[in-house]
Design a protein around this ligand. Structure first.
Ligand SMILES: [Zn+2]
Length: 968
């Protein structure tokens, strides 16, 4: 019998000793590193022995104080136990030392591993320690509470251009003979949790820039890139980083909502100062600069500003092979090389991601690194508030409405959005019950539902109060660890609002509330009453903010009310003479959940026209589209109505709107909310294609006009980031038009696509055209793709997008193309970027799960990836989370496939993948039954019984029941 999770909260008991300081020496060679470590610690109880975390190491010797001591290494459980010759008393300081060897690999992207290496250079070695990478480097307490200071000496091949660890250099780099050198870093200012440890020996191009705070203090920004990287793009990257750091200083912190106009002015002046600083003729500009600095300093001293960096250098390092987009490592943020700078071949979505990730990782300095959650279960504490601030920054850069709508779309998408995932077989509450690998906690729930919980708290407390409360939390737990309860208590204490029950409802339950709204209008009393009833909770009802705005027929907002829903039912009443033309609920997605209200079609069309909030307008459009789609699915009609198509097209043709929103407000899903019908992927695909075709047929000439007018758009007066964001929006309008036109399948449109592909000046234009070529029936398709692959292989950014486009390809050739791509000599399965092709394919469930060739290919991928990269493999498995609701005919083959995969996997070698499949099956009882039924019909009952025994479940910690349970 196996537990559902490998780790539970009880596994994180308090440490036996508090580490104070670690002296480390990494002697790095091409194949291995010899690591000497001395940990200075204080006993927190009487100790006869101590168990350290040590994963896949070779232990050479251990010492207590200056004497050798015995040890036992349990490799399987990654525990190294040291036996002390005499007891250590509680409160006593002691040192333990070890000498061990770690060996980097190419595919375990944790601990020390090899990254892409330039020709003729020694192999680039880099670390990833979140969450448990440090124990792959050295025996340690690999615990988020084990915060201590570090002195790290590194010896390595002197050909490395960069040998780096956390902190400031305390002993400069010097040669020690034998073509080797040594350098020492000291990280003594901020005690650091082990997951933040960083080490790198590599060959890079370095780009630097000064960062100057308004008050005058300075530190340097450094960008480490693969040799030969574009200098201009590197400069732009540093500018983007600079602006994010400046924004965090000026627009976050306790007083960030005071004197907003003065803050804007300060931000502008600092940017002006930077512009002057970048000019070549510095002497000419000196007086100007001095005056500006005076003005900036005076303005800054009248304001109370936010977080200031404490180090002397802040680096961003591009890593090619990584499971994560970015990782904060106290002063040494790593970012996947394809997202670190505005690369010429970068797609637009990646550009926006790049702006966000830089702000995100830097904000971790305060939220995560200085104040840290207590255990991996509290990873959400580190991430939620960080994403929350990152989102505010994106709203500042790209416009509040545009940026918020992009986030909301990722949450509400009926097929694969966070809400959808949060009711699936493998979801966990924000405070998870357990995990098999800490990577499991890096999910949509942590990065999307967590921040939404914080937004809801903010909207109940008010922005000003919440900013003060967050600052209070950061001050109270500075340089230490906080638990979830401590976070909630700090916010409650500061705002004087008790959030504990609200927090319980959101942190310990999966899913979300659905609010059923009934409207009653009393003409006599001139009263409108909204009765709310929530469903969707298990243990306790959800607590959340809810609001309603009434609009009249002319589109004026006539009343608005917001309440805090704390019980199963609630009421909102408005004095009002006439019934409103429409009611708009919860602007900007005020609470994480759904609203069930009998929307009248006319009301939705009015909302689409008049609602002040872009997210609400989008949701009205989506509701109208879903109504139409449902009718077609249920065969009540054949096509979308003319009215809807006109409304849709007018949104694309409205230039003022598209300037603000790009095509974000038009990106409706191809799915429906219906629990079962949403999995009829093939039927929904046909409906989507017909819709595109109908729109294109009705508006062909106008679409061509929109296409060509947006092709010309330029925004010369805007600064770099704003200009790029405006270009991104204009490009999306152009490419949406081209995509609609392509659905006509006319030779003229093929010509247009091909010419865009050949002449594209921006990467996104090229990729948009390529994606249309992939979906088309163009006879020259294969030739174009083969040629393009050769070109792409030279550039990792381009190659990643190319593979991702192949994976997302919707044409009948999709699988053939992927098979061809993975057999190409350019394809390297150990690289995590290469896995994107498989991930996109897996989530295109129409092909991957609802066709037999798709399933066969998917099975091969899962078996192959499971032993190479569990993280990528589990991402692929998340596509199975809703098979319980799939059409019946697809359930038996999918369940069978999962069982067959389980049989071939070693649960000890790949526990994350293995247990995820088991949990998926457990969460799909109907599908498993359907499989059993089918198997019985095929007289395969025997195999089934065997399955039932192998894969039954037992709740963690409980004794095994006398009878084995049936199949999950
Ligand atoms: Zn983060």
């Amino acid at each position: 019998m196996q537990k559902e999770f490998k780790y539970c909260p009880s596994d994180f008991a308090s440490l036996p000793a508090k580490p104070i300081h670690m002296d480390l020496h990494f002697d790095i060679y091409n194949e291995y590193a010899n690591v000497s470590s001395t940990m200075h610690a204080k006993a927190l109880r009487e100790l006869k022995e101590v168990s350290l975390d040590a994963r896949d190491l070779q232990i050479l010797s251990t010492k207590i104080g200056s004497k050798e001591c015995n040890f036992k290494y349990d490799k399987q459980n990654a525990k190294l136990t040291l036996f002390f010759p005499k007891k250590i008393k509680k409160g006593e300081n002691f040192t333990i030392s070890s000498n061990s060897i770690c060996r980097p690999t190419k595919n375990i992207l944790e601990g020390l591993y090899y990254d892409r290496t330039p020709n003729n250079a020694p192999p680039t070695q880099i670390t990833q320690c979140q969450q448990w990478g440090f124990q792959r480097l050295v025996p340690c307490f690999d615990d988020m509470c084990a915060k201590c200071t570090y002195t790290t000496k590194i010896s390595a091949d002197s050909r490395y251009t960069h040998i780096i660890s956390n902190g400031d250099v305390s002993s400069q780099r010097k040669n020690i003979g034998n073509k080797r050198c040594t350098i020492t870093y000291e990280n003594k200012k901020t005690p650091m949790a082990p997951y933040l440890f960083f080490l790198c020996a590599g060959t890079y191009d370095s780009h630097t820039r000064e960062f100057e705070y308004p008050g005058g203090s300075k530190f340097s920004l450094e960008l480490l890139l693969f040799p030969g990287s574009d200098t201009k793009a590197a400069e732009q990257s540093l500018e983007i980083l600079h602006n994010a750091i400046l924004w965090i200083h000026i627009f976050t912190g306790k007083h960030c909502y005071e004197n907003i106009e003065k803050r804007r002015k300060l931000y502008e002046l600092c940017l002006q100062r930077e512009k002057i600083k970048s000019k070549k003729n510095k002497i000419k500009e000196n007086t100007k600069l001095a005056n500006l600095r005076k003005q900036i300093s005076a303005l800054a001293s009248s304001l109370k500003l936010g977080y200031k960096y404490t180090g002397t250098i802040y680096r961003e390092i591009g890593m090619q092979n990584s499971n994560f987009g970015g990782m904060e490592n106290v002063g040494n943020t790593t970012i996947t090389a394809n997202r670190i700078m505005p690369h010429p071949n970068m797609p637009d979505g990646a550009f926006e991601y790049m702006i966000a990730v830089k702000a995100h990782e830097f904000y971790h300095n305060i939220n995560g690194s200085e104040v840290t959650g207590r255990s991996p279960f509290e990873l959400w504490l580190n991430e939620a508030a960080t994403v929350f601030i990152e989102d505010k920054y994106m709203q500042f850069c790209a416009g509040a409405q545009y940026s918020r709508l992009s986030q909301v779309m990722r949450i509400i998408s009926p097929d694969g959005g966070t809400l959808d995932f949060d009711t699936g077989a493998i979801t966990m509450p924000i405070l998870a019950k357990g995990f098999n690998s800490p990577d499991e906690l890096i999910s949509d729930v942590t990065y999307s539902k967590g921040p939404e919980f914080i937004r809801m708290v903010e909207s109940i407390a008010g922005k000003e109060k919440f900013a003060k409360a967050l600052a209070y939390y950061h001050k109270k737990y500075s340089h230490s660890n906080a638990s979830t309860k401590e976070w909630v208590d700090a916010i409650s204490e500061s705002t004087k609002i008790n959030f504990s029950k609200m927090a319980d409802s959101w942190l310990t339950q999966t899913g979300y509330p659905t609010v059923h709204v009934k409207k009653q209008f009393n003409a006599k009393k001139k009263l409108l009453i909204l009765s709310l009833r929530q469903t969707g909770f298990k243990k306790m009802c959800w607590q959340f903010p809810f609001s309603a705005s009434l609009y009249d027929a002319k589109g004026n907002k006539i009343a608005i009310k917001q309440i805090w829903v704390k019980a199963k039912t609630a009421k909102i009443s408005f004095p009002c003479k006439f019934p409103p033309a429409f009611i708009s609920f919860c602007p900007s997605f005020l609470f994480y959940g759904k609203i069930n209200y009998p929307y009248a079609e006319s009301g939705l069309y009015s909302q689409l026209k008049f609602d002040a909030d872009a997210t609400s307008r989008y949701m009205a459009l989506e509701k109208l589209a879903q109504k139409e789609r449902m009718q077609i699915l249920q065969k009540k009609k054949k096509h979308f109505s003319k009215k809807f198509m006109q409304a849709y097209f007018s949104l694309l043709a409205d230039e003022k709107l598209t300037f603000q929103m790009g095509t974000e407000h038009l990106a409706i899903s191809s799915s429906v909310e219906h629990k079962y019908l949403k999995h009829r992927y093939h039927a929904l695909h046909i409906i989507r294609e017909n819709f595109r075709n109908q729109i294109a047929k009705a508006n062909k000439e106008k679409l061509l006009q929109i296409y060509f007018s947006h092709k010309q758009k330029k925004f010369p007066s805007l600064p770099f980031v704003q200009k790029t964001l405006a270009q991104i929006k204009a490009r999306s309008v152009k490419n949406a038009s081209l995509s609609l036109l392509s659905s006509l399948g006319e030779p003229k449109m093929h010509k247009l696509i091909l010419s865009q592909f050949k002449e594209a000046k921006s990467a996104t234009d090229k990729y948009a055209a390529l994606s249309l070529i992939l979906d088309s029936k163009l006879p020259s398709k294969m030739k174009i793709i083969k040629q393009y692959e050769k070109e792409c292989a030279k550039d990792p950014v381009q190659y990643e997008v190319f593979l991702s486009l192949l994976g997302g390809n919707d044409s009948p050739d999709a699988i053939k193309l992927m098979k061809w791509a993975q057999n190409s000599p350019n394809f390297d399965i150990s690289q995590s970027n290469e896995h994107r092709m498989f991930m996109r394919f897996a989530h295109n469930k129409r092909l991957s799960m609802q066709t037999s060739v798709g399933r066969a290919f998917l099975k091969k991928i899962i078996l192959r990836l499971a032993n190479i990269n569990e993280y990528s493999c589990v991402h692929i498995l998340s596509a199975f989370s809703k098979i319980n609701d799939f059409p019946r005919e697809f359930q038996p083959p999918l369940v069978k496939m999962l069982f067959e995969i389980l049989k071939k996997l070693d649960s000890k070698k790949v526990p994350f993948v293995y247990n995820t499949i088991r949990r998926t099956l457990k969460g799909a009882p109907k599908a498993v039954k359907e499989y059993e039924k089918k198997a019985r019909q095929n007289k395969k009952t025997r195999i089934l019984t065997c399955h039932a025994k192998n894969f039954s479940f037992q709740p963690a910690g409980k004794k095994s029941p006398s009878k084995p349970k049936s199949v999950p």
